[in-house]
Design a protein around this ligand. Sequence first.
Ligand SMILES: *[C@@H]1O[C@H](CO)[C@@H](O)[C@H](O)[C@H]1NC(C)=O
Ligand SMILES: *[C@@H]1O[C@H](CO)[C@@H](O)[C@H](O)[C@H]1NC(C)=O
Length: 462
Amino acid sequence: MLKNKQNKKPTTLLCLVSTLVGFAFTIHLIMLYRRNYTVDNLEVSPELLPTHHPVVCELERVEEENIRMPPPRKRSPRAIKRKPKRPNTIVEEFLDENSQIRHLFFPDMKSSFGPSKDGGNDTMHQFFPGKIWLDTEGNPIQAHGGGILYDEMSKSYYWYGEYKDGVTYRSHKKGAARVDIIGVGCYSSKDLWTWKNEGVVLAAEETDETHDLHKSNVLERPKVIYNSATDKYVMWMHIDDANYTKASVGVAISDNPTGPFDYLYSKSPHGFDSRDMTIFKDDDNTAYLIYSSEENRVMHIGPLTEDYLNVKPVMKRIMVGQHREAPVVFKHQNVYYMITSGCTGWAPNEALAHAAESIMGPWETLGNPCVGGNKVFRSTTFFAQGTCVVALPGVHGGFIFMADRWNVADLRDSRYVWLPLIVGGPVDRPIEASFGFPMWSRVSVYWHRQWRLPSGGGKEIE
Ligand SMILES: *[C@@H]1O[C@H](CO)[C@@H](O)[C@H](O)[C@H]1NC(C)=O
Ligand SMILES: *[C@@H]1O[C@H](CO)[C@@H](O)[C@H](O)[C@H]1NC(C)=O
């Protein structure tokens, strides 16, 4: 026994040493590979700015925010005695429609921006996250919970989203704040900043109460992809009743990006409930449905049929038990990334970034992608919830993170928070369930009060 034990020691040590050497060598190889990879990519696409370019560094500048809380409201000494009140948190102020600092989260029409507003000053092509964004006719853009399609044929971007220009109410005491379905709004643009209203491309049903799109129901998070085999534009969306018990996905189809879309049907994908969802079209034209299921406890993912009108009978359960919603998916250098939110209704919460080598998983959680602002900004996704990620024209590893700042008191006045998202650099905290070193690059969403596309808009760098 003793002999055995003594014999074991040098072997263990040797193992340890060789493991360490192997480990260091592997890291070295990976560094070499990464360096070469970056250089290769630069050679292949010289028009793309790398992440260390000054213009891109400007997007990665960390911008701090300091919100001054309003003085506590005056209350009578008797009221204070009856019920001593702790000071409000910033999130409570955000949710309070009578807050004295409401204008910080929901600036009024005077500070709105857009092509119709520009008087030759420097607001042209500047994004102002949280301010009212006007279309070419000077009206606030109505495309909430939206998604963007780049259409190769017309060389245009199309922004689809919930057209919510109606009254916010609750259908019963415990019901969620809602706006009757009006339809899916569509806007077109060449530069991602100047948006022309293309109208409601999928409209609510006014009379037939049994119809999915009857105005008393719920239509959320519409996303459109193009099917080159069938030459159709296919829209997927969350379809529900006012109590969110139907929990289905709906599908609509059109010959044109600007509609009109024909509504086909709704269904329970793979026989499961489906609430927040998105679709993702991969480079090989395979498309996937990603949806919060099992009462939002588990994310489900599965491929669509070739015509994109249905799901195939293949599904993987991911982020099991993590209670995530508002999924958005994008891809960079053959790695799939997802950003999700927590489940707190209309109230903002912390986003998480996830990564996977295969879209069907396994998915690993990287952490909160938000950078800048302050702690509260970062823990509330800048008081917003993700809805889509689009490529940032001209920047290698650059994207735009599109999010909604929901205004629960008046949903039509919900704001758009678009910010630069950069994939690059090492992750900043150990990855769960990982015994090795981080495989993934960091996903960072940088807060800015105002910013512009490095390209000044359009697909090409000037
Ligand atoms: C830019 O012009 C708009 C509209 O004319 C105006 O509201 C805004 O205050 C101006 N901004 C600056 C920074 O001058
Ligand atoms: C929603 O729930 C409320 C209260 O439980 C009920 O009165 C109402 O009929 C439900 N509405 C729908 C559309 O299911």
